[in-house]
Design a protein. Structure first.
Length: 87
């Protein structure tokens, strides 16, 4: 299971950390953007892996991750949600 999930902007070499799903295929990032998983590459970073290069990560996403999340936001945090198998 991934401990963090990153989504790269389709037209820039910038990776954003996904916070929670807003709608099917649409995610909110830690910096507040809504992004589509259909436009860009996903990087499911597993525990112990380094993930995207530090210089390519969104500075606002990194700063937001370093601050404690609100209780509401944490309940939708991808890293804290168990994976579901398709039915």
């Amino acid at each position: 299971m991934a401990s963090q999930i990153w989504l790269e902007e389709a037209d820039e070499n910038v990776w954003h950390r996904l916070a929670h799903r807003v709608a099917p295929g649409v995610w909110r990032t830690f910096c507040g953007w809504e992004m589509s998983a259909l436009r860009g590459r996903l990087w499911p970073q597993k525990s112990g892996e380094s993930g995207p290069p530090a210089q390519e990560r969104c500075g606002d996403c990194v700063a937001a991750v370093d601050t404690p999340a609100s209780e509401d936001a944490d309940s939708d945090n991808l890293a804290s949600r168990p994976s579901r198998s398709p039915t």
